[in-house]
Design a protein around this ligand. Structure first.
Ligand SMILES: [Mn+2]
Length: 282
């Protein structure tokens, strides 16, 4: 788990899936805050940075939103440079698509084997440093001053405390059916759960940090940009599966306590591409 400070701006995005333009849009916002001076901002990616569709524009389905070309290798390279330039300020959470390179189940959303498809784009041995980097990505981030916790998927994991996250082994899930992952223990839940009852979500938040009241996550596609099924769950879609005008990210003052998911959505969500026309977002 990564613990964010209680000062500065936080930018959080989810599920870029190889969309380089969306990556560069949030990085531009981050750099603008850096250049403005003041407290150091933080940029948090909530998993599934990798793996995108390879579909021609004329065959692109409506349900995937705006067309883009998967540029995962370049996105990963730029992500790594950014983290090296701002080592304490840029954070990547592990998603189920990164897990596919680290012992997670094989994914066949866009290709017969997502992980193999990406790794083949590197020279022999070239993916090894990327895999070592990803193996160190945390599973959750907590902003104690804001009372917000961030995960890739819904906060469905049953844990006693943050230390439980340190003990989770990534390997050994290769043959677990995808449909079973969310219910196969804390790691599966953290990477795969699409929802959880309010009480279970609150218990997860309390286990991470006593003052945590809101869970922000992605994994699922919300075509309108975000969805609050019920408190404390705020599901955010920044990129994959959305039209540019519907994509949102979270911008939040790390010193401001958040009372509810509704408050965070109302005051913290910003359009990733303010110039693009919303399609589903109201
Ligand atoms: Mn996911």
């Amino acid at each position: 788990m990564v613990t964010l400070p209680a000062v500065g701006r936080l930018l959080a995005v989810t599920d870029l899936h190889g969309n380089l333009a969306d990556f560069q849009a949030i990085v531009a916002r981050f750099r603008a805050i850096v250049d403005a001076g003041g407290p150091r901002p933080h940029l948090l990616f909530c998993g599934d940075l990798v793996h995108g569709p390879a579909i021609a524009p004329q065959a692109w389905p409506e349900h995937l939103g705006d067309f883009y070309v998967d540029q995962t290798p370049r996105l990963l390279a730029e992500a790594r440079w950014l983290q090296e330039a701002y080592p304490q300020q840029v954070h990547f959470l592990l998603g189920n698509h990164e897990h596919a390179h680290l012992g997670g189940p094989r994914l066949d959303k866009f290709h017969a084997d997502e992980a193999a498809h990406l790794e083949r784009q590197y020279a022999p041995g070239g993916f090894a440093p990327v895999r070592r980097w990803m193996a160190g990505w945390p599973l959750a981030a907590v902003a104690p001053g804001a009372g917000i916790a961030f995960t890739h998927a819904a906060p469905h994991a049953q844990i006693a405390g943050p230390r439980d996250l340190d003990d989770l082994a990534l390997a050994g899930y290769e043959s677990v059916p995808l449909a079973d992952m969310a219910s196969t223990g804390p790691l599966g839940a953290l990477l795969w759960a699409r929802t959880t009852p309010a009480e279970r979500g609150l218990a997860f938040l309390r286990a991470l940090h006593v003052g945590c009241k809101v869970a922000v996550f992605g994994h699922d596609i919300v075509r309108e940009g975000h969805w609050i099924e019920h408190e404390p769950l705020l599901c955010v879609s920044s990129s994959f599966g959305c039209y540019d005008g519907d994509k949102v990210y979270l911008e939040w003052d790390l010193a401001r306590p958040a009372g509810s998911a509704a408050e965070v959505a109302r005051d913290g969500l910003r359009r990733l591409h303010p110039g693009a026309r919303p399609v589903h977002r109201t």
